[in-house]
Write a protein that binds this ligand. Sequence first.
Ligand code: NDP
Length: 499
Amino acid sequence: MEAPNLATAIPDRIGAWTDGHWVAPGSHANDLPVMNPTTGQRIGTLAEADADAVAAAVDAARRRFAAGDWSRAPVDARKAVLVRIRDLMRERAEELAQLETLGTGIPITQARGRHVLRAAMNFEFFAEFISQSADRLYDQNPDYLTLVRHEPVGVAGLIAPWNAPLALATMKVAGAIAFGNSCVLKPSELTPLPFLPLMEILHDAGLPDGVVNLVNGRGPVTGQALVAHPDVDVVAFTGGTATGRLIGAAAGKGLKRVVTELGGKSANIVCADADLDRAVDAAVLAGFSNNGQQCLAGTRLLLQRTIADEFLDRFIARVRALRVGPPAETSTEIGPLISAGQLERVSGYAKVAREEGAEILTGGDPADLGGGYFFQPTVVRARSNEQRVCREEIFGPFVSVLEFEDFDEALSIANDSEFGLVAYVWTGSLAQAMRAADELRTGVVWINTPLFRELRAPFGGFKHSGVGRDGGDWSRGLFTEAKTVSIPRRDFALARLSS
Ligand code: NDP
């Protein structure tokens, strides 16, 4: 196994980053273990932030916001800091990737090639976005000029999941601070490691202390305290649908603005007229990259009946050839699941599949690598879209296959889901592609391509896959207050009362 290249030593206890310093409570009562999913061994300790620690972080964010040196800084000054953050992330990319892999089990090639690059890109994107976006001016009325300004909202509470910690958390952090907000970030308690160097990077790039604060701990303790804090103005959450409901309710109670990016059970439709070579490649990538633990995974593979057998032969052969192993090794394509609980959950779905009469075409059991939370890449042929393996998000290397007769049926099965995050369509027909774009009830439709994220465009889900969007203008909408300013254009007589 390649040795991790860790310039950042993992401290004995990982606390909170408040106002530019690491702080940990004196009491060890709420310490939590940080586990290595590859070995199942403990690799660190998290000092959980309680409500007081969360309040201290929110207070630091509020003070910095009120000081105005970031919230009212010229756009070019903010842009310069964001670009320096990007540069420092690239300089420390290997260390960030190693920590991401150590804590999540994501194969190192994917951490290097996808996650860290995307995280650095998030800062670059918002640096460019704020320097190029302009506000509107309405001059149609002959008496008035009316300007629209976008001002930062205040303090943002940002809650991120464990499956792509750096990429997803930095999308929120970069968006929040680019528009002048301060923030408090709460990553998943399972994956605190890459945020150790990230906080240093923000500091070294010249971001004023208190603009970004970080609290670590469990959702129902630390996350809940953050969302409920009265001084948090806006909440951005990525995570599971059940948690999203709680967050939405709590934010609604405090009349806070909120966006939730939640789960998915995305259809990957392969028509008989598709380029099957590309569709096979994409089905493997969409189902199994990131160890299958991604919200936008193509987990319902819908195959047109006339090509189903041929496609499945090729797909299954490729899935069986996936290299399951230690994520630090560059040859590994599938690493361990995040936790013992997740391994149990995914194993449980293999049991459910068997009980419901689905046919396990490959996999279906934990993979024995002498420890850790490994699960075999799994494909099941479902009997109908009503089966739980077609309806519920499994969040592991687990693809359910269904067949369809014609495109009407494919669209109907794809839309028959409580989720609506993304959909994939493989077809040689422009007419079918356009129908898919019209009729699929999902936030993103990928036609003849997998997993492309355009940061300028909105990203988010229909139905129970979330409320709201991020990306470009949509992030600006979330993280700013729009203000209308009207100015008379000439000295006309104003309306008067009691004249
Ligand atoms: P969870 O919903 O369990 O947790 C997400 C985050 O919310 C974690 O930081 C968690 O803390 C925190 N949290 C949990 N309960 C509460 C609460 N009551 N109040 C405040 N915060 C809370 O999701 P997972 O971490 O298990 O992530 C996997 C899920 O994320 C999947 O369903 C996946 O589909 C979804 N996801 C969605 C994406 C999208 O863009 N739509 C992208 C990636 C993932 P902790 O873990 O520390 O307890």
